[in-house]
Write a protein that binds this ligand. Sequence first.
Ligand SMILES: Nc1ncnc2c1ncn2[C@@H]1O[C@H](COP(=O)(O)OP(=O)(O)OP(=O)(O)O)[C@@H](O)[C@H]1O
Ligand SMILES: [Mg+2]
Length: 302
Amino acid sequence: MDDTIIEQIAAPFSKSPSPIVETVALSLKFGRQVVLKDISIQIPKGQTVAIIGESGCGKTMFLKTIVGLVTPSAGKVIFDGQDIHTLNDREMTGLRKRFGFVFQNAALFDSMTINENVGFPLRQHGVPRGRKAESMILDGLAEVGLPSDVALKKPSQLSGGMRKRVGLARALILQPDLLLYDEPTTGLDPIMSDVINELMLRTRKRYPVTSMIVTHDMHSARRVADRIIMLYPYSRLKPGESQILFDGPPDLLDTTQDRRVKQFVQGEAGERLMEMLTSRGHGDLETTNLHDSIAKKVTLEE
Ligand SMILES: Nc1ncnc2c1ncn2[C@@H]1O[C@H](COP(=O)(O)OP(=O)(O)OP(=O)(O)O)[C@@H](O)[C@H]1O
Ligand SMILES: [Mg+2]
């Protein structure tokens, strides 16, 4: 499929008359490291967008910049018509009520019980303690498949997957307009991953939430997303290339001609393995064993 056809099919995803989220030439740097460069997207209300891309390409930073947890080096984030990085603290607090964030590592308060963690947004936004709040918390826990007896436990007493679901219950409790999930199914068993996928779909049926889901789980992305955006590490782009390698409906992933997108979607290392080995000290992998494995592979292929 040529680029013109892809652009035509993807057009409704990138241009919307009234997007709820818009980034305009958004850039983020840490010192001399460019993490995000000139990212411009528009997300219509009610859309579910999966953000994919390899580790370190900037997915988490992208989400955090969108909700004002990280300040961009350049560009704008417009949420429901407001440039969020120009708001004062009071205005920002008001806006936060409309965002739900499921953090990559759950990010629960260790000293609080599960009850208090899930109810934290309620207290922050003025819902008084009491029966109503209690029942909202228990409903929230039930919704993510957690029994009520976890309510009085501390996060350290739960498994990683359970903590993840507590983070999800906390993000959902105020029925926010924009839900951001950072790897909601990573570390969960296949059944629990599917429970989370179902929950994301169910939330969306219940009210017109807009969602951005960072995920490495292509099964989950295809199942829940209307649109997939693939980011690529800025440092490895060719001159003048966009950091967004793919932006379109999940079906189009299978017809994309971009080798890097294909490799990611099909889960192949391709020449990335060699690149990581040659840039010593930049990979996460244990290089000695990896060199052995590659040597074996090369020998076998010969
Ligand atoms: N506080 C920070 N200071 C300096 N660099 C940072 C900071 N936070 C993130 N980075 C860098 O920004 C880049 C993007 O990080 P980010 O967490 O967004 O990656 P990611 O795509 O979410 O990766 P993963 O899939 O592993 O979670 C990384 O190179 C990371 O080292
Ligand atoms: Mg991340």
